[in-house]
Design a protein around this ligand. Structure first.
Ligand code: GLN
Length: 472
């Protein structure tokens, strides 16, 4: 196995036993980026020099056992979505507005990842401002799906998912405002975590829609996802919406199995609108859960059908407010640098917040949001977690939906309700259709990440889809 193909867990083991150094591991990832980034366009910026410098430092530190214990990501190459502010390193949000912007500080979560000893290998491509489901809204060109380069990799965290799927790094970060981690994870055969709203600090992450944004990551396994979350979760005084709950060891229940757990299938998520083959794959998955001893229960979330409408009012309203700061005064490059999708959302959001329309749209959408939260609360009285498909369709061809925003928005129909309710979701591989990956999401009540990892791990151990790699 090549070093860049390792998981966090495996890489930690190899570094600890001195089988290889962080410099060797980092070079293997950089090599892979050099070979394939031209085709895949997963990275906007590769920080080769900084990465090798930190890898050398990590190797020095690794000679002290107590440092290895304390720094849980020591020497591990991680890629960051280009929405994460990095001190001294260009941070573009994949938009021409910020094409030359160099932050003065690290986002809180970047600081945590660096303090844990990780090597920042580069900044990944995404839909500009995280607006999109396909990765095609980037001002730096679309990212390609490594499983078939004619297909979209999913968005908005397109490059983050692709960099992990194609072994250009060991893990990466992303943001999920309406599905932007879970959807690309499912299109790339990798694991994506969208944490509970407020579990990870948003300080220093370029804001999309502040009441929906959650900061998560992509990994090659469920165990890695839990290990990574041990580093990023926790309260931050710079983000007043972060939760005060103490951070537990998220790996603690991985081996518990799922015998006797109640798993709900939301019937409104598995309808005739779902691609037939994707539906069959999902049904196979449900059988695996039953074979593992879970009790399968059909659940109704009646307000699901209003999810997209509520999301596409609340989200642009917040977007229009957050993007108002890019007026050319503080960051240079005035509003003419915005792409079509950002302009569309600014106009929509300004309209839904304007006097006379606020009550008719924004306020009504907020009332629907409360009903969606209630749907989930009622469901979690009956079951421990829900499982569902992530996207109603398989990955589509580049260009197929880009001129039809409504069609594009509809690909978020199964993911946005979790953001409206602030609950966590774990997306993981459940197989392939015609060579393209399919995923599922496990949703739980707020702060149920330990349980999601427990359930995801049991399924992953029983199936091993993750071991399949794209032929690059
Ligand atoms: N696809 C959704 C949108 O375009 C979600 C984006 C996201 O989660 N950042 O709004």
């Amino acid at each position: 196995m090549k070093l860049n193909e390792l998981t966090i867990k495996e890489a930690k083991g190899g570094l600890k036993s001195k089988k290889f150094s962080s410099v060797e591991l980092t070079k293997a990832c950089l090599e892979q980026i050099k070979k394939h980034n031209k085709d895949l366009n997963a990275f906007i910026t590769v920080t080769e020099k900084e990465a090798l410098d930190s890898a050398r430092k990590a190797d020095d530190l690794a000679s002290q056992d107590q440092v290895l214990e304390a720094k849980s990501l020591l020497g591990i190459p991680i890629a960051l979505k280009d929405l994460f502010s990095t001190k001294g390193i260009k941070t573009t949000a994949a938009s021409n507005v910020l094409k030359d912007y160099i932050p003065q500080y690290d986002a809180a979560v970047v600081k945590k990842i660096k303090d844990a000893g990780a090597i920042i290998i580069g900044k990944t491509n995404c839909d500009a401002w995280a607006h999109g489901s396909s990765g095609e809204n980037s001002d730096f060109g679309p990212t390609k799906n490594p499983w078939d380069k004619e297909y979209v990799p999913g968005g908005s965290s397109s490059g983050s998912a692709v960099s992990v799927a194609s072994d250009m790094c060991i893990a990466s970060t992303g943001t999920d405002t309406g599905g932007s981690i879970r959807l690309p994870a499912s299109f790339n055969n990798v694991v994506g975590l969208k944490p509970t709203y407020g579990r990870v600090s948003r300080y220093g992450i370029i804001a999309m829609a502040s009441s929906l944004d959650s900061i998560g990551h992509f990994t090659k396994t469920v165990e890695d996802s839990a290990l990574f979350f041990n580093v990023t979760a926790g309260q931050d005084k710079m983000d007043a919406t972060t939760l005060p709950n103490p951070v537990e060891d998220f790996t603690k229940d991985l081996n518990k199995g799922i015998k006797g757990l109640k798993i709900g299938i939301p019937k409104e998520f598995v309808t005739s609108d779902l691609d037939n083959e994707a539906k069959e794959k999902f049904e196979e998955t449900v059988k695996t859960f039953a074979n593992l001893g879970a009790e399968i229960i059909e659940i109704s979330l009646p307000y699901t059908e209003y999810g997209i409408a509520a999301y596409y009012i609340i989200q642009p309203s917040e977007v229009s407010s957050n993007l108002a700061r890019y007026d050319g005064i503080r960051y240079g490059n005035d509003r003419s640098y915005f792409g079509d999708e950002a302009k569309r959302r600014i106009m929509l959001g300004t309209f839904t917040l304007s006097s006379g329309y606020y009550d008719a749209y924004y306020k009504k959408a907020m009332a629907v949001r409360t009903l969606i939260i209630k749907d989930f609360n009622d469901a979690f009285q009956k079951v421990d977690a829900l499982i569902s498909p992530v996207c109603p369709t398989l990955p589509w061809k580049l260009g197929e939906k880009i001129n039809d925003p409504i069609k594009m928005y509809m690909s978020d129909v199964l993911t946005v309700t979790a953001n409206l309710a602030g609950i966590p979701g774990l997306s993981l591989p459940i197989g392939f259709i015609d060579g393209l990956p399919v995923g599922m999401q496990i949703l739980g009540p707020q702060l149920s990440e330990v349980k999601l990892f427990q359930i995801g791990y049991a399924y992953e151990q029983a199936t091993q889809w993750r071991k399949q790699k794209p032929a690059l």
